[in-house]
Design a protein around this ligand. Structure first.
Ligand SMILES: [Zn+2]
Ligand SMILES: [Zn+2]
Length: 196
């Protein structure tokens, strides 16, 4: 008799967020990392071994937040991981939800903060005004009198080139999560079992 010693796939949430972008005519779902090396290694060790048709992405909505959940069968189960992250709903998230049309590219992205010294004149600050409207001689504060911005801040996302195609995408409410085995498993392990 052969006994299976295969342990459950570990859950991973050590990434900074998820971006949604149009790129190559298809929507992209992009888990974000601040460290390029970490993202490259993770792609190589885990995601690259995934069987495309087995990749499942779930979005479980709860109030103003949602759980991003992603898992797949791997050709190399020893290095497999499942991903999750609780995130606030955003405009880009809603755009993806409406526009994905049943499939998306999965890519990893590198997220970096950008300050006034890093950007061109027309880069847009989180306050909505461009870089040249901020004052280097006043700690990078916004020059618009009505604006409360005290320091230029922006960010940049670079997408890694490698991609996988995801065709199993579902959106659900938390109250219906038990209808979906992946969503239910994730919430049980990462939420319900931690509320004691
Ligand atoms: Zn401003
Ligand atoms: Zn600003």
């Amino acid at each position: 008799m052969i006994l299976s010693h295969q342990s459950p796939v570990p859950w991973f949430d050590d990434f900074v967020g998820v971006a949604y972008r149009y790129y190559d005519l298809r929507m992209n779902v992009v888990p974000l990392f601040s460290d390029r090396k970490q993202a490259t290694n993770l792609w190589h060790d885990t995601i690259n071994r995934w069987l495309d048709h087995s990749i499942r992405v779930r979005f479980v909505e709860t109030g103003d937040d949602y759980w991003f959940i992603m898992a797949a069968d791997s050709q190399n189960p020893q290095t497999n991981m499942s991903f999750f992250k609780m995130l606030p709903k955003s405009e880009n998230y809603e755009r993806f939800k409406k526009g994905h049309d049943g499939e998306a590219y999965l890519r990893l992205g590198i997220y970096s903060d950008k300050y006034l010294k890093d950007v061109k004149k027309d880069a847009v600050c989180k306050c909505g005004h461009v870089a040249e409207d901020h004052d280097k001689n006043d700690e990078d504060a916004c020059l618009y009198e009505v604006c409360k911005c005290r320091k230029f801040e922006s960010f940049q996302v670079n997408l890694l080139k490698k991609k996988k195609i995801v065709t199993d995408i579902a959106f659900l409410e938390e109250k219906n999560a038990k209808d979906d085995s992946l969503a239910w498993n994730c919430l049980n392990v990462n939420k319900y079992s931690k509320i004691k």
